[in-house]
Ligand binder design. Structure first.
Ligand SMILES: C[S@@+](CC[C@H](N)C(=O)[O-])C[C@H]1O[C@@H](n2cnc3c(N)ncnc32)[C@H](O)[C@@H]1O
Ligand code: SF4
Length: 296
């Protein structure tokens, strides 16, 4: 096993389960979304890891001779690093692991504001080719309520930049995020954002509050009413129904989801809508994930 001195806990997308996790930053540079508790512990105070330390870790990995094909750059938004620093990291990765196939990272839309398409294309050439973007919603009011610090326009601009650079994006949208009051507008505007951006991958997670809902409620002035299962399915129906995607891999199979959905959109839209309608109209006819199996 590779021994790397991680600052725990470390999070990664489910699809990076077999990747080497290279922690090039600690924590999240924003750390203000009211639903997210991932980087709130004191040891996760945001900072960069010095390039010399990253090189030492790469050298230790190479010394163990284990095959590394994919790397995920942790923690919460490694793309906040400057182009200069990211280029140094990618140069080091290519030097130590010349066979590397893909490097990916979480990415906030604002991380790309000061990076040009040419810079992103250069990083893409070096292997940094997939960005996990937590858009969470395409609805400006919901984004404001949860203090995401992003908008429909800022999210779209970032996704378009990624595409223009020849890289890929994998977007996360949070089911239930607007509560009952904003459920429909959250779904419709999230679909509008995705249709405009045409990401290569789209996944939905159900918003949950392992540390309690109090902080989240503040943003909603105490009016947040969590969706029950039927409400979550109805919102998913609105989302799918409004999506106009050409070729996006869609996954709603994260452990937080009750209803597992997978397909390619637009091709599988009728099938997925049928499944959600069945879950809504004939409870018991579609297998759901049990509460005890759910998690973040
Ligand atoms: C570790 S975060 C990093 C993503 C990156 N910082 C961003 O915001 O784009 C990955 C994703 O986990 C999801 N997440 C975080 N807290 C959550 C919660 N309480 N419930 C459900 N999903 C959550 C969000 O979709 C978030 O984008
Ligand atoms: S969702 Fe992303 S940007 Fe928001 S606090 Fe969590 S890690 Fe940071």
């Amino acid at each position: 096993m590779i021994q790397i001195p991680y600052v725990e806990p470390v999070f990664r997308p489910p699809s990076e389960a077999y990747s080497l996790i290279l922690q090039v930053t600690i924590g999240c540079s924003w750390n203000n979304c009211t639903f997210c508790e991932m980087y709130t512990q004191p040891q996760k105070r945001f900072r960069f890891k010095p390039i010399e330390k990253i090189e030492q870790e790469l050298a230790a990995i190479v010394a163990q001779g284990l095959p590394v094909r994919r790397i995920f750059l942790a923690d919460g938004d490694a793309m906040t690093l400057s182009f200069r620093r990211l280029k140094l990291i990618m140069q080091a990765i290519n030097r130590y692991l010349p066979g590397i196939q893909r490097v990916s990272s979480y990415c906030l839309p604002r991380n790309l504001k000061n990076k040009t398409v040419a810079e992103l294309a250069e990083l893409n050439e070096m292997g940094l080719s997939l960005f996990y973007v937590g858009c969470e919603s395409g609805d400006d009011l919901v984004l404001e309520r949860v203090n995401k610090g992003e908008t429909f326009d800022s999210s779209l601009a970032a996704l378009q930049k990624i595409k223009a650079a020849g890289a890929k994006s994998s977007v996360m949208i949070l089911n239930g995020m607007g509560g009952r009051k904003y459920s429909e507008q959250h779904a419709v505007n999230s679909a509008r954002l995705m249709s405009a951006a045409q990401p290569e991958f789209l996944s939905t997670l159900v918003v949950s509050f392992p540390a309690g809902v109090a902080r989240y409620q503040q943003g909603f002035g105490g009016e947040f009413e969590a969706l029950d299962q039927a409400g979550l399915f109805q919102e998913m129906y609105w989302l799918l129904d409004n999506l106009e995607l050409d070729k996006t891999v869609f996954r709603s199979d994260h452990a937080s989801n009750y209803l597992v959905l997978k397909g390619s959109l637009g091709r599988d839209k009728p099938r997925l809508l049928k499944t959600v309608r069945a879950a809504l109209e004939q409870p018991g006819s579609v297998r759901l994930r049990q509460e005890w199996m759910r998690g973040l």
